[in-house]
Design a binder for this molecule. Structure first.
Ligand SMILES: *[C@@H]1O[C@H](CO)[C@@H](O)[C@H](O)[C@H]1NC(C)=O
Ligand SMILES: *[C@@H]1O[C@H](CO)[C@@H](O)[C@H](O)[C@H]1NC(C)=O
Length: 436
């Protein structure tokens, strides 16, 4: 009887000590790496457990996970689900949305989870005692956002070039062309371009030209997608139903389908954008010989945004920069259905650079450049004339003065000559005098 009681007590104690798994907070505001492991790794763990690893970092960093070793009970054979013990990775994106991954179990080492987010939760759940499996060991890496390159590109036809790339640090504006523009584009390709500006800036991107296929239905053939650089991609399902339309814009067919003002452009939420061009086939034969096949986009680093009502908030950020004039966009002419355009603050070096950098329909940064040129040249001309006149006047004065000086000298010389004659006369007279 006593032995039996002892056995129960020991069991309870082991259960309490082993299942005690407090939430583990891992936070680093600077880049670092570390490991998370199942309790007791690499020894077996005792059930039941429910552990949470809460990994967070500063907004300027991102978190990536790679699995070093992984050995949990395999899937339940009847239900084909991870039941006895499993790992769950939840990625929380920058909008606070939770992306929940699949339950991970078995002994196949899962693929790395590379995110652009700064908050991740790893949950480990086990419901039955298991002495056979070693558990898991995961390396987490906290990286600076600046260190994250564009996704890789693949070019389906080797005679093309210019598929993918990235902006250079400090760049304020740029242009991206599809490979082969403006005659054709390659098939079976994925091109990724990363546009990254300084952390305080945003990116405004505008389609200058788009002609990929005759109809908008041919998205499979070729498409252009502009993706927010912090969009959470590839992993997990959204726990909450969310509209991802703000973090991505996709374009197919040709620009004729995006005729309304504002449809051909995109403003990022932060300092990164990925431009992705995906093709399966080249342009259809019906398009051969047509002009300007492919796409051309222009991007601009935006210092601030003057929207309706928040002028006072963002007004300061436009200091020393050029404030686009914005203006009104009217849906139907004459019906008075109008809205104000977004007013961008752009670097003053982008004014009159030959590329229109403000929002669609707002040409204020390239307006009056011609007249400005005229004003500049007129001002330059005027100052030249004034300068010439000054020089002439000075020369004239100088010449006059010189002439005067010459005259004075001549006169002096002449009068001196006269004196000499007199003196000569005198000498003669004096010479003659004694002979007298
Ligand atoms: C994880 O950490 C974040 C930030 O510190 C906190 O807001 C959140 O509540 C934590 N999650 C859990 C489950 O404790
Ligand atoms: C497309 O490219 C992939 C590699 O990038 C290759 O494996 C595949 O065979 C190509 N398909 C066609 C139809 O060329």
């Amino acid at each position: 009887m006593i032995e039996y009681l002892l056995f129960i007590i020991i069991n309870v104690i082991t259960l309490i000590t082993c299942s005690y798994c407090p939430i583990k907070h891992i936070h680093s505001s600077t880049p670092t790496t570390g490991f998370i492991e199942s309790p007791g790794y690499p020894s077996a763990f005792s059930a039941p457990l429910d552990c949470i690893f809460n990994i967070t970092t500063a907004a300027s960093n991102v978190i990536q996970l790679s699995f070093v070793s992984f050995d949990l009970a395999s899937k339940n054979q009847l239900s084909d689900q991870c039941l006895d013990s499993y790992l769950l990775v939840v990625v929380v994106d920058r909008h606070g949305r939770q992306h929940v991954g699949e339950r991970l179990c078995g002994n196949q080492v899962p693929l790395s989870i590379n995110t652009m987010q700064s908050w991740m939760q790893v949950q480990f759940v086990t419901t039955s005692t298991n002495q056979k499996h070693r558990g898991f060991r995961i390396q987490y890496r906290i990286l600076s956002e600046a260190a994250i390159q564009e996704p890789s590109s693949t070019l389906g036809e080797s005679m093309f070039s210019g598929c993918g790339g990235h902006s250079t640090p400090g760049q304020l504006s740029g242009e991206i062309l599809s490979p082969g523009y403006p005659t054709t584009y390659p098939k079976n390709s994925t091109c990724n371009w990363l546009i990254r500006v300084e952390a305080r800036q945003r990116i405004y991107i505008r389609i200058v030209h788009l002609h990929l296929a005759p109809t908008i239905a041919e998205c499979e053939r070729a498409s252009l997608t502009i993706i927010d650089g912090y969009k959470h991609e590839k992993y997990g399902i959204d726990r909450k139903e969310s509209t991802s339309e703000t973090s991505e814009a996709k374009f197919c067919g040709s620009q004729l389908y995006y005729a309304e003002e504002g449809m051909k452009s995109y403003l990022s939420s932060a300092n990164r954008i990925v431009v992705r061009f995906i093709t399966q086939e080249g342009p259809p034969s019906s398009m051969i010989g047509e002009e300007r096949i492919g796409f051309k986009v222009v991007w601009t680093a935006v210092e601030g945004l003057i929207g309706e009502g928040d002028e006072s908030v963002n007004g300061n950020s436009c200091k020393d920069q050029f404030m686009c004039h914005g203006g009104q966009v009217c849906v139907e002419q004459g019906h008075g259905i109008c809205a104000s355009r977004s007013r961008l603050c752009i670097h003053s070096s982008l004014v009159c650079d030959g590329i229109h950098n403000c929002v669609e329909g707002d040409f204020s940064d390239e307006q009056h450049c011609y007249s400005r040129e005229i004003i500049t040249s007129a001002a330059l001309g005027f100052s030249l004339i004034v300068l010439t006149m000054l020089v002439l006047v000075c020369c004239d004065q100088f010449r006059k003065r010189r002439r005067l000086r010459v005259m004075i000298r001549e006169r002096r010389a002449a009068s001196e000559n006269g004196k000499c004659k007199n003196m000569n006369n005198n000498s003669i007279t004096t010479r003659i005098q004694p002979n007298r």
